[in-house]
Design a protein around this ligand. Structure first.
Ligand code: NAD
Length: 434
């Protein structure tokens, strides 16, 4: 860790812990700030979120018992606009994870030049273990517990791991009901990623995968990789992984191997991403898919491919896996998928990493389009959304490329620096109140 980053974290009272995800990501951001010469007071501001909200709320279960749930909403920074970021339902959600993801949202929105700050939320729950009714009551009670900590001009949640369009619909409906006539018109814009008939946007479901494809079509050819002939592997076959795979398939790329929480599969002649997505939708995972062979985790990472797309959870690529990965490029679909050890070893081995705040920014970008449509009471055509998304992602990828050239740095540092440059510029204009 650079001395200046260490001194910022220590001034804020952090006890140095290299295994802590928040400190890892904050350090990456602070190191990039130092490279840019961002004033120290801005480094201090950005190294902590503005608000950390924690709520405990009871929910009646189907058997008549009551269960207390723990939910979080972290609002990292709203310099550029309302807080924006997903809500995760997962049994292991912790305040540190949510803080990390909120910080990354601030960076992502700034990099893409969206008029949003960064936030993130989560509930400690395994949604697969609740009935549909329990899931709905648990969701509605969470939104009512958050109350006016969210709002269409203040903080706008979206889906993340374990949440989906249906859950976003319940969230928006709850918010409209609890705010009464005040938010009858605008209330629908309180969350994005909603179902299409209830204020959702064309293209939102595939947006993160689509954005990743638009980024790699700019960056891979420079690394000597062509989309129409490349091979790739995917970690995680949920929203991001499966859409990335389906869209890369349309470009002629070959999916050789996939791993998810149920197992790993491989077919050197290519796995049909559409068929696999249909299979996973039915069974819940890739395990048992008949048109590929079951392989071990080790074999998954050792399979030779041009590009690996991590699209599961944080910190999956650690030092051990980084040593055996047989890919030229890692295009990060998931947030913070590598440990610092993993990152260091990939760099030593010359494996290029295309960072998450760039590669997976398509989701929040189409969320921005959805929010705009809601506020203007409009509905845009799917083709217009794709065109606009391509424009935003190409511009962001070009910005990162220029920054990497200017500072002769890696793409992750360049992506954070591109975001921080914009944040620094706006702070310089606005100043610190009062
Ligand atoms: P999802 O819940 O749809 O899918 C998660 C996938 O991870 C599943 O396929 C699951 O099997 C897999 N997984 C879980 N544990 C695993 C393990 N131990 N080994 C291998 N695979 C495992 O989630 P998602 O929405 O696709 O999100 C994936 C990542 O992308 C997360 O980091 C999320 O924050 C990030 N992200 C998502 C969006 C979005 O629009 N959905 C946008 C930006 C970033």
């Amino acid at each position: 860790m650079a001395d200046s980053s260490l001194s910022v974290l220590s001034e804020l009272g952090f006890r140095y812990d290299p295994s802590n995800l928040y400190q890892q990501v904050a350090t990456q951001v602070l190191n990039s700030s130092a490279l840019l010469g961002l004033p120290r007071h801005l480094q201090i501001i950005l190294a902590q979120p503005k608000n950390e909200i924690m709520v405990h709320y009871p929910v009646r279960m189907d058997d008549g018992t009551y269960r207390l749930f723990k939910g979080y909403r972290v609002q990292h920074n709203n310099l550029l606009g309302p807080y924006k970021g997903g809500i995760r339902y997962h049994q292991d959600v912790s305040l540190d994870d949510v803080k990390t993801l909120a910080l990354l949202m601030t960076m992502k929105c700034a990099l893409v030049r969206l008029p949003f700050g960064g936030g993130k939320g989560g509930v400690q729950v395994d949604p697969r273990k609740l009935s549909e009714d329990e899931l709905m009551r648990m969701t509605r009670r969470f939104i009512s517990a958050l109350g006016d900590n969210i709002g269409p001009s203040y903080d706008i949640p979206a889906p993340d791991v374990g949440t989906n369009a249906k859950i976003m619909g319940w969230m928006a409906d709850t918010y409209i009901n609890i705010t009464g006539r005040i938010q009858r018109r605008d209330g629908v814009a309180v969350v994005t990623g909603k179902p299409l008939p209830f204020g959702g946007s064309e293209g939102r479901e595939k947006a993160t995968g689509q954005g990743l494809v638009y980024v790699v079509e700019v960056l891979l050819p420079e690394l000597g990789i062509q989309l129409d002939s490349m091979t790739y592997s995917v970690i995680g076959f949920g929203n991001v992984g499966s859409w990335t795979a389906r869209l890369l398939q349309e470009r002629g790329s070959t999916l050789k191997t996939v791993i998810d929480h149920t197992g790993a599969i491989r077919n050197d002649n290519g796995i049909d991403a559409e068929k696999l997505a249909a299979y996973v939708a039915k069974t819940g995972g890739v395990y048992g898919y008949a048109e590929a062979d079951a392989i071990s985790e080790d074999a998954f990472y050792k399979t030779e491919v041009d590009v690996m797309v991590p699209a599961a959870l944080e910190q999956m690529v650690d030092g051990t896996k980084a040593k055996i990965i047989n890919a030229k490029v890692l295009a990060e679909g998931a947030n913070a998928p590598n440990t610092p050890d993993g990152d260091r070893i990939l760099e030593e081995r010359g494996i290029q990493v295309l960072p998450a705040i760039l590669c997976n920014a398509g989701g929040v970008t189409v969320s921005y389009f959805e929010w705009k449509q809601n506020r203007q009471a409009e509905r845009w055509a799917a083709a217009d959304i794709d065109d606009e998304l391509r424009r935003y992602m190409h511009a962001a990828a070009d910005r990162v490329k220029q920054m990497a050239r200017k500072h002769k740095c890696d793409m992750r540092t360049a992506a954070f620096s591109t975001a921080l440059e914009h944040i620094g510029e706006v702070y310089a204009i606005r100043g610190i109140f009062p």
